[in-house]
Design a protein around this ligand. Sequence first.
Ligand code: ADP
Length: 402
Amino acid sequence: MTQQPHILYIEDNRDNQRLVQRILGARGYTVMIAPDGMTALALARETLPVLILVDINIPGLDGYETTTRLKSMAHLHETPVVALTADVSPGARERALVAGCDGYLSKPIDPRQLPEQVLAFISGKREFVPPGVETPMLRAYNQKVVERLEQRVRELMQAHNELQEIDRLKNRFLSSLSHELRTPLTSLLGYIDLLNRGMFGDLNELQQEALEVLQRNGDLLNRQLNNLIYLQEYRSLPLALVAVDLTEMARRLVQELQPKVERSGVQLILQADSEICFDADRVALELALTNVLDNALKFTSTGGSINLMLHNEPSRVIIVISDTGIGIPPEALDKIFIPFYRIDHPTVSSQPGNGIGLALVQHIVEAHGGQITVRSTPAKGSTFTVTLPKHQDTQPDQAATV
Ligand code: ADP
Protein backbone atom coordinates (compact mmCIF):
# COMPACT_ATOMS: atom_id res chain seq x y z
CA MET A 1 0.00 0.00 0.00
CA THR A 2 1.46 3.41 -0.94
CA GLN A 3 1.45 6.09 1.70
CA GLN A 4 -0.95 9.02 1.29
CA PRO A 5 0.84 12.31 0.53
CA HIS A 6 1.09 14.56 3.58
CA ILE A 7 0.21 18.25 3.75
CA LEU A 8 1.22 20.29 6.77
CA TYR A 9 -1.36 22.93 7.66
CA ILE A 10 -0.26 25.61 10.14
CA GLU A 11 -3.41 27.14 11.56
CA ASP A 12 -4.79 27.85 15.03
CA ASN A 13 -8.46 28.18 14.08
CA ARG A 14 -10.30 24.89 14.71
CA ASP A 15 -12.99 25.50 12.08
CA ASN A 16 -10.43 26.16 9.37
CA GLN A 17 -8.40 23.12 10.46
CA ARG A 18 -11.45 20.87 10.13
CA LEU A 19 -12.54 22.43 6.82
CA VAL A 20 -9.14 21.97 5.14
CA GLN A 21 -8.82 18.46 6.56
CA ARG A 22 -12.20 17.56 5.12
CA ILE A 23 -11.60 19.13 1.68
CA LEU A 24 -8.09 17.78 1.15
CA GLY A 25 -8.75 14.50 3.00
CA ALA A 26 -11.43 13.76 0.39
CA ARG A 27 -8.74 14.16 -2.30
CA GLY A 28 -6.46 11.57 -0.75
CA TYR A 29 -4.15 13.82 1.29
CA THR A 30 -3.32 13.35 4.95
CA VAL A 31 -3.47 16.78 6.55
CA MET A 32 -1.24 17.23 9.62
CA ILE A 33 -2.20 20.19 11.77
CA ALA A 34 0.20 22.47 13.63
CA PRO A 35 -1.59 25.12 15.71
CA ASP A 36 1.50 27.35 15.99
CA GLY A 37 4.89 27.97 14.43
CA MET A 38 7.02 26.05 16.93
CA THR A 39 4.85 22.91 16.61
CA ALA A 40 5.05 23.27 12.83
CA LEU A 41 8.86 23.38 12.91
CA ALA A 42 9.00 20.30 15.13
CA LEU A 43 6.62 18.40 12.81
CA ALA A 44 8.45 19.56 9.69
CA ARG A 45 11.78 18.30 11.06
CA GLU A 46 10.41 14.77 11.23
CA THR A 47 8.31 14.59 8.06
CA LEU A 48 8.49 15.43 4.39
CA PRO A 49 5.17 17.01 3.40
CA VAL A 50 4.36 17.57 -0.29
CA LEU A 51 3.06 21.03 0.58
CA ILE A 52 2.85 23.36 3.55
CA LEU A 53 -0.09 25.71 4.02
CA VAL A 54 0.53 28.50 6.50
CA ASP A 55 -1.78 31.00 8.12
CA ILE A 56 0.07 34.26 8.77
CA ASN A 57 -1.68 35.27 11.96
CA ILE A 58 -0.70 32.45 14.34
CA PRO A 59 0.53 32.52 17.96
CA GLY A 60 4.26 32.74 18.79
CA LEU A 61 6.36 32.87 15.63
CA ASP A 62 4.07 34.39 13.02
CA GLY A 63 3.46 32.81 9.60
CA TYR A 64 6.21 34.87 7.90
CA GLU A 65 8.86 33.89 10.47
CA THR A 66 7.75 30.27 10.45
CA THR A 67 8.05 30.21 6.65
CA THR A 68 11.54 31.74 6.69
CA ARG A 69 12.65 29.06 9.18
CA LEU A 70 10.96 26.23 7.23
CA LYS A 71 12.70 27.37 4.06
CA SER A 72 16.08 27.16 5.78
CA MET A 73 15.61 23.40 6.35
CA ALA A 74 17.57 21.58 3.66
CA HIS A 75 15.06 18.74 3.23
CA LEU A 76 12.22 21.23 2.58
CA HIS A 77 13.94 23.20 -0.19
CA GLU A 78 11.69 21.72 -2.84
CA THR A 79 8.51 21.72 -0.72
CA PRO A 80 6.16 24.58 -1.66
CA VAL A 81 5.03 26.76 1.25
CA VAL A 82 1.80 28.60 0.51
CA ALA A 83 0.29 31.38 2.64
CA LEU A 84 -3.41 30.82 3.28
CA THR A 85 -4.47 33.99 4.99
CA ALA A 86 -7.24 36.47 5.68
CA ASP A 87 -4.73 39.31 5.30
CA VAL A 88 -5.72 40.89 2.01
CA SER A 89 -4.24 44.31 2.76
CA PRO A 90 -2.09 45.95 0.02
CA GLY A 91 1.31 44.25 -0.16
CA ALA A 92 0.20 41.15 1.79
CA ARG A 93 1.04 38.79 -1.11
CA GLU A 94 4.49 40.38 -1.59
CA ARG A 95 5.22 40.25 2.13
CA ALA A 96 4.44 36.52 2.14
CA LEU A 97 6.62 35.90 -0.93
CA VAL A 98 9.51 37.93 0.48
CA ALA A 99 9.40 35.84 3.68
CA GLY A 100 9.87 32.71 1.56
CA CYS A 101 6.34 31.62 0.57
CA ASP A 102 5.97 30.12 -2.92
CA GLY A 103 2.40 31.28 -3.24
CA TYR A 104 -0.45 33.14 -1.64
CA LEU A 105 -4.10 32.09 -1.24
CA SER A 106 -6.62 34.38 0.42
CA LYS A 107 -9.37 33.38 2.81
CA PRO A 108 -12.23 32.59 2.97
CA ILE A 109 -11.30 29.13 1.79
CA ASP A 110 -13.15 28.13 -1.36
CA PRO A 111 -13.83 24.36 -1.07
CA ARG A 112 -14.28 24.00 -4.85
CA GLN A 113 -11.02 25.70 -5.77
CA LEU A 114 -8.67 24.66 -2.98
CA PRO A 115 -7.84 21.12 -4.28
CA GLU A 116 -6.85 22.48 -7.72
CA GLN A 117 -4.88 25.37 -6.20
CA VAL A 118 -3.01 22.95 -3.96
CA LEU A 119 -2.34 20.55 -6.82
CA ALA A 120 -0.95 23.39 -8.96
CA PHE A 121 1.68 24.21 -6.30
CA ILE A 122 2.52 20.54 -5.76
CA SER A 123 2.99 20.26 -9.55
CA GLY A 124 5.49 23.11 -9.60
CA LYS A 125 3.63 26.41 -9.72
CA ARG A 126 5.60 29.22 -8.05
CA GLU A 127 4.82 32.91 -7.56
CA PHE A 128 7.50 35.59 -7.53
CA VAL A 129 7.82 39.13 -6.21
CA PRO A 130 7.78 41.71 -9.02
CA PRO A 131 11.25 43.14 -9.72
CA GLY A 132 11.95 46.41 -7.94
CA VAL A 133 9.67 45.55 -5.04
CA GLU A 134 11.76 42.83 -3.48
CA THR A 135 14.63 44.85 -2.00
CA PRO A 136 12.60 47.45 -0.05
CA MET A 137 10.21 44.73 1.11
CA LEU A 138 13.07 42.50 2.22
CA ARG A 139 14.58 45.39 4.14
CA ALA A 140 11.25 46.10 5.87
CA TYR A 141 10.83 42.40 6.66
CA ASN A 142 14.34 42.12 8.11
CA GLN A 143 13.74 45.18 10.23
CA LYS A 144 10.51 43.75 11.60
CA VAL A 145 12.17 40.42 12.43
CA VAL A 146 15.03 42.15 14.25
CA GLU A 147 12.58 44.34 16.20
CA ARG A 148 10.61 41.25 17.25
CA LEU A 149 13.86 39.55 18.22
CA GLU A 150 14.92 42.54 20.29
CA GLN A 151 11.57 42.55 22.06
CA ARG A 152 11.88 38.81 22.82
CA VAL A 153 15.43 39.23 24.16
CA ARG A 154 14.19 42.04 26.41
CA GLU A 155 11.35 39.85 27.69
CA LEU A 156 13.70 36.90 28.25
CA MET A 157 16.17 39.06 30.15
CA GLN A 158 13.38 40.35 32.36
CA ALA A 159 12.06 36.84 32.97
CA HIS A 160 15.62 35.68 33.74
CA ASN A 161 16.09 38.48 36.29
CA GLU A 162 12.76 37.68 37.92
CA LEU A 163 13.65 33.98 38.12
CA GLN A 164 17.02 34.81 39.68
CA GLU A 165 15.30 36.93 42.30
CA ILE A 166 12.78 34.15 43.04
CA ASP A 167 15.67 31.68 43.26
CA ARG A 168 17.51 33.93 45.70
CA LEU A 169 14.40 34.27 47.89
CA LYS A 170 13.83 30.51 47.73
CA ASN A 171 17.42 29.85 48.79
CA ARG A 172 17.15 32.31 51.65
CA PHE A 173 13.90 30.68 52.76
CA LEU A 174 15.34 27.14 52.55
CA SER A 175 18.46 28.19 54.38
CA SER A 176 16.60 29.77 57.29
CA LEU A 177 14.08 26.90 57.34
CA SER A 178 16.84 24.29 57.60
CA HIS A 179 18.46 26.16 60.48
CA GLU A 180 15.16 26.60 62.28
CA LEU A 181 14.53 22.86 61.92
CA ARG A 182 18.06 21.88 62.93
CA THR A 183 17.85 23.31 66.50
CA PRO A 184 14.66 21.54 67.66
CA LEU A 185 15.65 18.34 65.84
CA THR A 186 19.03 18.21 67.57
CA SER A 187 17.29 18.55 70.90
CA LEU A 188 14.73 15.84 70.02
CA LEU A 189 17.45 13.43 68.89
CA GLY A 190 19.46 14.22 72.02
CA TYR A 191 16.56 13.31 74.31
CA ILE A 192 15.84 10.15 72.31
CA ASP A 193 19.47 9.16 72.83
CA LEU A 194 19.27 9.85 76.58
CA LEU A 195 16.08 7.78 76.84
CA ASN A 196 17.73 5.00 74.84
CA ARG A 197 20.68 4.96 77.18
CA GLY A 198 18.39 4.60 80.21
CA MET A 199 19.22 8.03 81.64
CA PHE A 200 15.58 8.48 82.67
CA GLY A 201 15.15 4.99 84.08
CA ASP A 202 14.26 1.64 82.58
CA LEU A 203 11.65 1.58 79.84
CA ASN A 204 8.95 -1.05 79.53
CA GLU A 205 8.39 -2.90 76.24
CA LEU A 206 5.70 -0.52 75.00
CA GLN A 207 7.81 2.54 75.76
CA GLN A 208 10.77 0.87 74.05
CA GLU A 209 8.69 0.34 70.91
CA ALA A 210 7.48 3.93 70.95
CA LEU A 211 11.06 5.09 71.33
CA GLU A 212 12.12 3.04 68.31
CA VAL A 213 9.47 4.77 66.20
CA LEU A 214 10.69 8.14 67.44
CA GLN A 215 14.29 7.19 66.68
CA ARG A 216 13.45 5.94 63.19
CA ASN A 217 11.54 9.04 62.19
CA GLY A 218 14.04 11.33 63.86
CA ASP A 219 16.85 9.70 61.84
CA LEU A 220 14.85 10.08 58.64
CA LEU A 221 14.27 13.78 59.28
CA ASN A 222 17.92 14.17 60.17
CA ARG A 223 19.08 12.66 56.87
CA GLN A 224 16.71 14.79 54.82
CA LEU A 225 17.80 17.87 56.69
CA ASN A 226 21.49 17.07 56.18
CA ASN A 227 20.88 16.79 52.44
CA LEU A 228 19.02 20.08 52.44
CA ILE A 229 21.72 21.90 54.39
CA TYR A 230 24.44 20.49 52.14
CA LEU A 231 22.47 21.47 49.05
CA GLN A 232 21.91 24.99 50.32
CA GLU A 233 25.25 25.80 51.86
CA TYR A 234 28.17 23.45 51.81
CA ARG A 235 28.19 22.52 48.16
CA SER A 236 29.27 26.04 47.26
CA LEU A 237 32.15 26.03 49.78
CA PRO A 238 35.62 24.56 49.20
CA LEU A 239 36.10 21.04 50.55
CA ALA A 240 37.36 20.85 54.13
CA LEU A 241 40.03 18.20 53.53
CA VAL A 242 41.27 16.19 56.52
CA ALA A 243 42.85 12.75 56.89
CA VAL A 244 39.99 10.26 56.89
CA ASP A 245 40.05 6.54 57.67
CA LEU A 246 37.41 5.29 55.27
CA THR A 247 37.27 1.79 56.75
CA GLU A 248 36.59 3.18 60.19
CA MET A 249 33.92 5.52 58.79
CA ALA A 250 32.23 2.67 56.90
CA ARG A 251 32.23 0.41 59.99
CA ARG A 252 30.55 3.12 62.02
CA LEU A 253 27.93 3.81 59.31
CA VAL A 254 27.14 0.10 58.99
CA GLN A 255 26.76 -0.12 62.75
CA GLU A 256 24.46 2.91 62.82
CA LEU A 257 22.35 1.39 60.05
CA GLN A 258 22.06 -1.95 61.86
CA PRO A 259 18.61 -1.36 63.43
CA LYS A 260 17.26 -0.36 60.00
CA VAL A 261 18.95 -3.36 58.37
CA GLU A 262 17.33 -5.72 60.87
CA ARG A 263 13.92 -4.14 60.43
CA SER A 264 14.19 -4.50 56.64
CA GLY A 265 15.24 -8.15 56.90
CA VAL A 266 18.21 -7.71 54.59
CA GLN A 267 21.89 -8.49 55.01
CA LEU A 268 24.44 -5.70 54.98
CA ILE A 269 27.98 -6.97 54.57
CA LEU A 270 31.10 -4.83 54.75
CA GLN A 271 34.31 -6.08 53.12
CA ALA A 272 37.12 -3.62 53.54
CA ASP A 273 40.88 -3.42 53.37
CA SER A 274 42.08 -2.25 56.75
CA GLU A 275 42.89 1.42 57.33
CA ILE A 276 42.16 3.21 54.09
CA CYS A 277 43.50 6.64 54.89
CA PHE A 278 43.32 9.55 52.52
CA ASP A 279 42.43 13.23 52.43
CA ALA A 280 38.72 13.92 52.07
CA ASP A 281 35.95 16.14 53.36
CA ARG A 282 34.68 13.99 56.21
CA VAL A 283 31.15 15.47 56.43
CA ALA A 284 30.62 15.37 52.67
CA LEU A 285 32.02 11.86 52.24
CA GLU A 286 29.87 10.52 55.05
CA LEU A 287 26.81 12.18 53.52
CA ALA A 288 27.60 10.59 50.15
CA LEU A 289 28.08 7.10 51.59
CA THR A 290 24.97 7.40 53.75
CA ASN A 291 22.86 8.37 50.73
CA VAL A 292 23.99 5.45 48.56
CA LEU A 293 23.64 2.94 51.42
CA ASP A 294 20.29 4.38 52.37
CA ASN A 295 19.06 3.95 48.79
CA ALA A 296 20.27 0.34 48.71
CA LEU A 297 18.29 -0.29 51.89
CA LYS A 298 15.19 1.50 50.64
CA PHE A 299 15.09 -0.35 47.34
CA THR A 300 16.01 -3.88 48.50
CA SER A 301 13.24 -6.03 49.88
CA THR A 302 13.30 -8.57 52.71
CA GLY A 303 15.67 -11.45 52.11
CA GLY A 304 17.96 -9.39 49.88
CA SER A 305 21.53 -8.39 50.51
CA ILE A 306 23.73 -5.32 50.28
CA ASN A 307 27.49 -5.43 49.93
CA LEU A 308 29.76 -2.54 50.75
CA MET A 309 33.30 -3.16 49.47
CA LEU A 310 36.25 -0.85 50.00
CA HIS A 311 39.43 -1.36 47.98
CA ASN A 312 42.66 0.40 48.76
CA GLU A 313 44.86 1.03 45.73
CA PRO A 314 48.13 2.97 45.69
CA SER A 315 46.66 6.08 44.11
CA ARG A 316 42.94 5.67 44.56
CA VAL A 317 40.14 4.28 46.68
CA ILE A 318 37.31 2.26 45.18
CA ILE A 319 33.97 1.98 46.94
CA VAL A 320 31.47 -0.52 45.56
CA ILE A 321 27.92 -0.66 46.90
CA SER A 322 25.83 -3.41 45.37
CA ASP A 323 22.34 -4.57 46.23
CA THR A 324 19.90 -7.24 45.12
CA GLY A 325 17.02 -4.74 45.01
CA ILE A 326 14.49 -3.56 42.46
CA GLY A 327 17.15 -2.39 40.02
CA ILE A 328 17.05 0.55 37.64
CA PRO A 329 15.68 0.46 34.07
CA PRO A 330 18.39 1.20 31.43
CA GLU A 331 16.68 4.41 30.26
CA ALA A 332 16.79 5.83 33.81
CA LEU A 333 20.47 5.10 34.49
CA ASP A 334 21.75 8.54 33.56
CA LYS A 335 18.68 10.36 34.90
CA ILE A 336 18.98 9.23 38.52
CA PHE A 337 21.76 11.77 39.11
CA ILE A 338 19.54 14.65 38.00
CA PRO A 339 18.24 16.62 41.01
CA PHE A 340 14.68 15.71 42.07
CA TYR A 341 14.44 12.79 39.62
CA ARG A 342 12.78 9.64 40.99
CA ILE A 343 11.93 6.55 38.99
CA ASP A 344 8.22 5.99 38.43
CA HIS A 345 7.91 2.69 40.32
CA PRO A 346 5.51 1.73 43.15
CA THR A 347 8.41 0.79 45.48
CA VAL A 348 10.06 4.17 44.88
CA SER A 349 6.86 6.14 45.53
CA SER A 350 6.25 4.17 48.74
CA GLN A 351 9.69 5.13 50.10
CA PRO A 352 10.61 8.50 51.60
CA GLY A 353 12.86 10.69 49.48
CA ASN A 354 12.93 13.70 47.24
CA GLY A 355 15.41 12.80 44.53
CA ILE A 356 18.32 14.97 45.62
CA GLY A 357 20.45 12.24 47.26
CA LEU A 358 22.32 10.98 44.20
CA ALA A 359 22.73 14.48 42.78
CA LEU A 360 24.51 15.39 46.01
CA VAL A 361 26.56 12.18 45.93
CA GLN A 362 27.72 12.90 42.38
CA HIS A 363 28.58 16.47 43.29
CA ILE A 364 30.59 15.37 46.34
CA VAL A 365 32.44 12.64 44.44
CA GLU A 366 33.32 14.96 41.56
CA ALA A 367 34.36 17.73 43.94
CA HIS A 368 36.92 15.21 45.31
CA GLY A 369 38.14 14.67 41.74
CA GLY A 370 36.48 11.25 41.57
CA GLN A 371 33.67 9.65 39.67
CA ILE A 372 30.57 7.57 40.28
CA THR A 373 29.12 4.98 37.90
CA VAL A 374 26.17 2.64 38.12
CA ARG A 375 25.29 -0.72 36.59
CA SER A 376 21.92 -2.29 37.12
CA THR A 377 19.52 -4.99 36.03
CA PRO A 378 15.84 -4.43 36.76
CA ALA A 379 14.49 -6.83 39.39
CA LYS A 380 18.02 -8.14 40.04
CA GLY A 381 19.90 -5.28 41.64
CA SER A 382 22.23 -2.33 41.27
CA THR A 383 25.93 -1.63 41.75
CA PHE A 384 27.26 1.85 42.39
CA THR A 385 31.03 2.28 42.04
CA VAL A 386 32.76 5.34 43.42
CA THR A 387 36.41 5.99 42.58
CA LEU A 388 38.24 8.64 44.57
CA PRO A 389 41.85 9.75 43.98
CA LYS A 390 44.02 9.76 47.07
CA HIS A 391 45.85 12.90 46.02
CA GLN A 392 43.27 15.56 45.73
CA ASP A 393 42.93 17.29 42.42
CA THR A 394 39.77 19.17 43.24
CA GLN A 395 38.20 21.71 40.96
CA PRO A 396 38.57 25.32 42.14
CA ASP A 397 34.85 25.87 41.69
CA GLN A 398 33.05 23.24 43.74
CA ALA A 399 29.70 24.83 43.14
CA ALA A 400 28.55 22.57 40.33
CA THR A 401 24.85 23.04 39.79
CA VAL A 402 22.94 20.53 41.88
P1 ADP B 1 15.64 9.48 46.58
O1 ADP B 1 16.25 8.21 47.08
O2 ADP B 1 15.44 10.51 47.62
O3 ADP B 1 14.44 9.27 45.75
P2 ADP B 1 18.10 9.76 45.02
O4 ADP B 1 18.60 10.95 44.28
O5 ADP B 1 18.96 9.21 46.09
O6 ADP B 1 16.69 10.18 45.58
O7 ADP B 1 17.81 8.61 43.97
C1 ADP B 1 17.10 8.95 42.79
C2 ADP B 1 16.30 7.75 42.31
O8 ADP B 1 17.21 6.75 41.82
C3 ADP B 1 15.50 7.05 43.38
O9 ADP B 1 14.26 7.69 43.60
C4 ADP B 1 15.34 5.67 42.77
O10 ADP B 1 14.29 5.71 41.83
C5 ADP B 1 16.65 5.46 42.04
N1 ADP B 1 17.62 4.68 42.84
C6 ADP B 1 18.67 5.15 43.54
N2 ADP B 1 19.35 4.16 44.12
C7 ADP B 1 18.74 3.01 43.78
C8 ADP B 1 18.96 1.61 44.07
N3 ADP B 1 19.99 1.22 44.83
N4 ADP B 1 18.11 0.72 43.52
C9 ADP B 1 17.09 1.12 42.73
N5 ADP B 1 16.82 2.40 42.44
C10 ADP B 1 17.63 3.34 42.95
